[in-house]
Design a protein around this ligand. Structure first.
Ligand code: ZN
Length: 460
């Protein structure tokens, strides 16, 4: 038995002082003054928050984009995750065109199995929609995969509008969650060609080729098509005020639209693309960083409760040798940036340490909501007897500076270089196993596959 004493426990509704005991991977008791028996491990969490482990519902580990493979695999990515306080992540198993969902799922199990330090589950990214794929959806549910993702951008990944409607109808009838990468791929292709034809080869052309309207149009289309299918939807990595306006429009029409955004869209802005040399490549991700005004609007949306989950879209490439593939052509810069390790500290610093939000909201956005939305609640996302012992003990008083030199991502840079953050994970338990103490891993490989249920509960 392991007992955490004197901590301040957090749920989405309250904070309270109690001790917490765990054994065999489950929480076994929560009460004031639990008495340890001989042989119990006891630790003091005085002055710390005790959160249900943070959940990152959007990562890309060990992903090949057709040219190069992400710097982080499941080994390094999940280790970075637990060091930052994240105990579960949901990665995207991605169907290759001409292949089955089953093959994709088997491949991702192979990538993650036996080497993950945090728990992991998979969304299934459907890129080749046909009758066989349709038949496979039930199999996915039986395998614990209860959420799909579709893309409206990237030629290798995107589906047509008619396929989107068909998929949404299936999701509606089977109770699958669906998330969408909302950018109009044809317009992006056109604008990329236009920028290149004008001689704009550098990273500064990246945001020009993917303006906010490209996101807003895709969100609007996605929402209207979902309306035809009467299917609740999720917009992943929302980046712009114009996109948010389309979410509001759909909600006003009575639709259920759940929204995810990421720290990069709440902290950084498009001025990074104008950095000298090729530095801007470090921030090439899709959707791109937006204006200061967009950023402020999204921050306000977090405060106003319009955003449901905070994920990272962690998709890491090294600057040397990987981002550099696009040195002479911005369209060849691998899209994505690292963030998995830093999401809890960035969020805590920006919103909680400043008093803008209370720890309860942080618990909702980073743990309980993703657990609820993706069929893991109440085993995860909640401190309760019988729940999984995924626990992040959060010390709010530490101060440190993020740097490529002290991170665990396998990248040679971080978009948050030089940022001072408050708070850190002082102890992290995964399935009842102490995996991290004061930022240092003490046990690797404690993560397990998370078999998820279909859930009819939507967050709205
Ligand atoms: Zn993504």
């Amino acid at each position: 038995m392991y007992i955490i004493q004197n901590g301040t426990l957090v749920s989405s509704e309250r904070v309270w002082r109690a001790d917490l005991a765990m054994e065999d991977g489950k929480i076994t008791a929560i009460a004031p003054n639990l008495a340890p028996k001989p042989g119990d491990c006891v630790t003091d969490a005085k002055g710390c928050f005790v959160f249900p482990g943070f959940i990152d519902p959007h990562t890309h580990l060990d992903m090949n984009n057709g040219v190069t493979t992400t710097a982080d695999d499941f080994s390094s990515g999940t280790l970075a995750a637990v060091c930052g306080g994240t105990t579960t992540l949901l990665d995207f198993a991605t169907q290759d065109k001409g292949k089955s969902l089953k093959e994709a799922l088997e491949l991702w199990h192979k990538k993650a199995g036996g080497r993950s330090s945090c728990n992991y589950g998979f969304h299934m990214a459907v890129t080749d929609w046909n009758e066989h794929t349709r038949q496979e959806l039930m199999e996915m549910i039986s395998a614990g995969v209860t959420s799909l993702k579709v893309y409206l951008a990237y030629d290798a990944l995107r589906i047509s509008d008619a396929q989107l409607l068909d998929i949404l109808q299936e999701c509606r009838s089977l109770g699958l969650q669906i998330g969408c990468h909302c950018e109009n791929g044809e317009i992006v292709n056109f604008l990329q060609r236009r920028e290149l034809s004008r001689g704009n080869y550098g990273p500064a052309a990246h945001p020009v080729s993917r303006p906010a309207a490209v996101e807003a149009e895709a969100i609007s289309r996605y929402a209207y098509i979902a309306g035809l299918a009467e299917c609740p939807i999720t917009v992943v990595h929302l980046s712009s005020a114009a996109g948010l306006e389309e979410v509001r429009n759909a909600r006003r029409r009575g639709q259920t639209v759940q929204v995810e955004t990421c720290p990069q869209y709440l902290l950084l802005d498009e001025s990074r693309y104008l950095l000298p040399g090729f530095e801007g490549a470090k921030f090439v991700m899709s959707p791109p960083l937006r204006s200061v005004s967009d950023r402020n609007t999204l921050c306000q949306a977090v405060l106003d409760g319009e955003i449901d989950t905070i994920a990272t879209d962690h998709c890491s490439y090294r600057f040397a040798g990987q981002k550099e593939l696009g040195r002479n052509d911005f369209t060849k810069i691998p899209n994505g940036a690292p963030g998995l390790e830093h999401r809890p500290a960035l969020f805590f610093t920006q919103f909680v340490s400043t008093g803008l939000l209370d720890p309860e909201r942080m618990c909702a956005l980073l743990s309980e909501n993703p657990a609820r939305q993706y069929g893991m609640f109440p085993q995860k996302g909640l401190l309760a007897v019988g729940a999984d012992a995924d626990i992040t003990v959060w010390n709010p008083n530490t101060v440190r500076t993020i740097s490529a030199a002290n991170q665990r991502h396998q990248t040679d840079y971080t978009p948050y270089e030089g940022m001072t953050v408050k708070g850190s994970a002082s102890m992290v338990f995964v399935n009842g196993i102490l995996t991290v103490r004061d930022g240092v891993p003490v046990q690797t490989g404690a993560g397990a596959y998370v078999f998820r249920k279909c859930t009819s509960t939507s967050l709205r």
